[in-house]
Write a protein that binds this ligand. Structure first.
Ligand code: ADP
Length: 535
């Protein structure tokens, strides 16, 4: 039979097969909330009916601005279940970026966690006039708000019946939308379908066999607003693993306490989060109880971090992917014969970005597009092809044309080598972006803003390594002749357009910028100079 793949089938399957597996959430209101796949199913059906009741239709975009918690999980399934598109918004974006994406995506309803109500209040007059707002709490916790068209989540949900016949539609119907930062201009929309999402969940299920299986307790520290929390909200119910959601508390101490209290076996997140946890581990002299596996991605896992975890009995799996890939592309679980290697060599392998998962093809190419050998030496831009990878950006033909090659492969903007065993090593980044604590900063955007400052004649922004945030932006400025530039004033100017964490930490001044053969600013030379302490 040619039955279409549907996300709602994951939910109904989990209700049948794994009704007792838990969803535990640290809530914004305070305290822990506990439920199970068996108990959350009826609430999701109520929410789906309630959404239909307020006019949400097939294809409508319904946005969320929320932490990792059970209500956000409910929205993932209720919205996509009725054929609408769950648009997860990253609350860390600048006001300008957020305004752009709410308007570009044409959201009709915006669900907001209590924490983010002030952000939305400040931007509401730039959002579509008929956008409806739902605050994700109960009546007792509803805040005073200047927002119009506001509903209370629990009250809205209560209007829906728990009975539903989940609708059928073609499996390539859109189910999710997530914007990712571009090198220039506005963020680009990545649209997921029911087919890509279900296939990705199945791919993760077979790839992470130790980490994701019935009875395991998994903690996505990676946000639900970031690349589907790496697929965990879909694969966990599918296999019957419990989900422990950290809510708004992502510092080392809170993550440790929740992991320890809930017996989390496997944690998923960016290196910055795990560095925070490791500080706490050192202070307490032990790992959280039951913790035996950590999945690190989003930025390169430092070798020292891998060693620290492995030496204390926590297996490290270093993964690589992109929002555009749903997002998992590779993973670094060692299988025979690599498990027979001496420990040091195993750690060397784990410091690489892993091997491809099923459904993902990798190739590296030179500047003319010629495919390079997988010999572990040749480096080139990494292109991917697969079943859960975008065919283009949402309503953005220019960005799409730039990203795809003539054979339909997607250009990742990462520069890499692949060794004969299939291990990927990222060596550089062709895209002009900086990744700080797992979030993007566009160098070009910061440069454009800096150029508008009267002291700046020319400038470049480069990534510099940072022990906690992986990378931080550094602004390199050629001052206007005869002017003594004012660093504080330049940074204050940037802060008016950027989110606080996107503002460079420092400005260095140079007489001129190094250029490449084609006359572009050579960021590589600047990075090398910085590394050699010449900047
Ligand atoms: P995510 O952070 O969830 O992987 P994004 O789309 O925000 O998704 O970022 C993808 C980019 O992040 C990759 O193209 C790469 O530049 C970088 N990245 C992801 N994982 C790794 C990793 N393990 N090592 C180095 N860089 C990584």
């Amino acid at each position: 039979m040619n039955r279409p793949m549907r996300i709602s089938d994951i939910l109904t399957f989990a209700e049948d097969a794994h009704p007792g597996a838990e969803i535990v959430s640290a809530t914004v209101e305070g305290g822990l909330h506990r439920t199970t796949y068996g108990d959350i199913g009826p609430r999701i059906r109520q929410l789906a009916n309630a959404l239909t009741g307020i006019g949400v239709k097939l294809g409508d975009r319904v946005a969320t601005l929320a932490w990792n918690g059970y209500r956000h999980f409910e929205l993932y399934y209720a919205i996509s279940g009725i054929g609408a598109v769950c648009h997860t918004i990253n609350p860390r974006l600048s006001a300008e970026q957020m305004t752009y994406i709410v308007n570009h995506s044409g959201d009709t309803v915006l669900f907001i966690d209590l924490t983010f109500v002030p952000i939305v209040e400040a931007l509401a007059d730039q959002f579509p006039e008929n956008l409806r707002y739902v605050i994700m709490t109960d009546r007792a916790h509803m805040p005073e708000t200047s927002l119009k068209n506001v509903l209370c989540y629990e009250e809205l949900l209560a209007t829906g019946s728990p009975d539903i016949e989940w609708p059928e539609f073609p499996e390539d119907t859109a189910s999710g939308l997530c914007y990712t930062s571009g090198t220039t201009g506005n963020p680009k929309g990545v649209l997921f379908s029911h087919r890509s999402t279900v296939l990705h969940a199945l791919m993760c299920g077979v790839s992470f066999q130790k980490g994701i299986c019935p009875g395991r307790r998994l903690m996505p520290v990676v946000p639900l607003f970031h690349a589907n929390a790496w697929g965990m909200p879909y694969v966990s119910p599918l296999v019957g693993a419990s989900l422990i959601f950290p809510g708004p508390h992502l510092d080392g101490k809170s993550v440790f306490d929740l992991m320890d209290g809930e017996g989390v076996n496997s944690g998923w997140g960016v290196p910055t989060v795990w560095l925070g946890l490791l500080e706490e581990v050192e202070a307490r002299g032990r790992m959280p109880k039951g913790f035996d596996e950590v999945i690190v991605g989003g930025s390169a896992a430092p070798r020292s971090m891998i060693e620290t975890f492995e030496n204390q009995g926590v297996t490290v799996c270093h993964a690589w992917g992109m929002t555009e890939m749903s997002p998992i592309g590779t993973q670094g679980i060692l299988t025979p014969p690599f498990t027979e290697l001496p420990k040091e060599q195993q750690i060397d392998l784990k410091a690489k970005q892993g091997r491809r998962t099923f459904g993902v093809d990798l190739k590296i190419v030179d500047e003319e597009g010629n495919v390079l050998p997988k010999d572990g030496k040749a480096t080139g831009e990494l292109f991917v092809r697969g079943n859960a990878i975008i065919k283009g950006y949402y309503e953005n033909p220019e960005a799409t044309a730039e990203a795809m090659d003539a054979d339909g492969w997607f250009g990742t903007g990462d520069v890499a080598s692949i060794n004969p065993d299939g291990f990927l090593t990222l060596t550089d980044r062709a895209k002009d972006l900086i990744k700080s604590g797992g979030e993007w900063i566009s160098s070009i955007d910061v440069e454009n803003m800096a150029m508008a400052h009267p002291d700046v004649a020319n400038c470049a922004v480069i990534a510099v390594p940072h022990p906690k945030w992986a990378e931080r932006p550094l602004l390199v400025v050629v001052p206007v002749a005869g002017v003594t530039p004012d660093t504080a004033s330049i940074l204050a100017h940037l802060a008016t357009h950027l989110a606080k964490w996107q503002v460079p930490d420092d400005v260095v001044y140079v007489a001129d910028l190094p250029l490449t053969a084609t006359g572009k600013v050579s960021k590589m030379t600047l990075r090398q100079k910085r590394a050699a302490q010449e900047l």
